[in-house]
Design a protein. Sequence first.
Length: 499
Amino acid sequence: MTDSLRAPAHETVAAVDLGSNSFHLIVARVADGELFVLDRLQETVRLAGGLDEKNRLTQEAQRRALDCLKRFGQRLRGMHASAVRAVGTNALRKARNTDRFLARAQRILGHPIEIISGREEARLIYQGVAQELADEGPRLVLDIGGGSTEMILGERLEPRLMESLYMGCVSLSQEYFPSGRISEKMLRRAETAASLELAPVAAQFRGHWRAAYGSSGTIRAAGAILRAAGWIERDITRAALMKLRAAMLDAGRVTRLKLPGLSAERAPVLAGGFAILNAAFEALSIERMQVATSALREGLLYDLIGRLRHEDVRSRTIASLCARYRIDPAQAARVEATAQACFKQVTQDWGLTDEDGALLSRAARLHEIGLAIAHGGYHKHGAYLARYSDLPGFSNNEQQMLALLIRAHRRKFPAEEFEQLSKEQAENAKRLAVLLRFSVLLHRARSEATFPSVELAVGKRSLTVGFPKRWLAQYPLTSADLRQEAEYLAAAGYRLVFE
């Protein structure tokens, strides 16, 4: 536990992990430099098992998930929105019909749900595990979830190398043990499949750590079984895993698994999870693995507390991108300052939030990132970089929104691309794009010249800009740019008036 943890703006915080096998809720408070867990809820939902052949969530899987979220929602009732963070992982990343499900899920939970990338999931897992560990040099963290497996190399609180593989205890159990039968041939095939997934990345991890840790359900279950059977005292070993393997083969079927420490909920996915764990021990040359008590949900709490203390990892990510792609800091700062000045004038009338303002600032700082590739169409290059780069701290939706603003900051307004968002998100994003475009336009000269303050008035789909008297007559290029901008926005259904 870090001793620098200070109380956040909200004394009580909560994290919700919508995993591919189980849903988890953790509620905690920060006091005297420590995180105190107040409540935990866990339910086996097996969302990954509810994906059909077209990767669509079945109605039954959605029902199980929504029923669970009703109970979670009751526990979270009354908590401030900024004190709760909920994320979905592999099953929701993979599902092709998440939009309607997420809309219902968010209403029932009472809080937004973010879908995070595999590497963001890995980063958060590491944050959760690392907080409980002493400084012992480089470490490996392995997390076997329902639909994905995360591997992280890190030191202290900093992850150095992260990978997310498309295999989990639910997905492998369904593919290789569909009838519940466990044979030597089936188990060997599952272990081989896991080894093939690990092969391309194993060399980057092997031998670069002093201690190995495992987190989440599969590894915790394996540790519990091995300890209850008397095969280990604390750490999972290769020899103990071979005894578990033999016991599973001796049982021959999931329904005959009578292992001490094995819960009824874990039994149906034990074989798939074991295949991944055994393959990882072999591929990564692991001799001994400690079982961590923390995982993704604890990492979510620490990340949330960082945001509440204004130590947001997203700010570091933006700064890193600016440096990597050599963005002109002076121009970015000018555009950001103007965008924020405009934002403050229209926040109330347009119903924008502090998080909208933060998104606008990030887009302003990154709007020229595409110049690192080429000047022609640089707004499109920039949108691609923002959408498909690994951005620590950002959810998939946040990256999509950021990319859209960068894409829309100049030239023709790409109104059709905003249709990928929900109706409410699309409206807010378009309004932020209008503010960003106006701010970029004013600073076309890239000079330190001080612009006069402007007065903004807005309607549902209109922006009226009041300049000081006779100012536009002295700046004919800006006046011409504004006329062109009015045409661009008119095509997108927005009216720009300047006087």
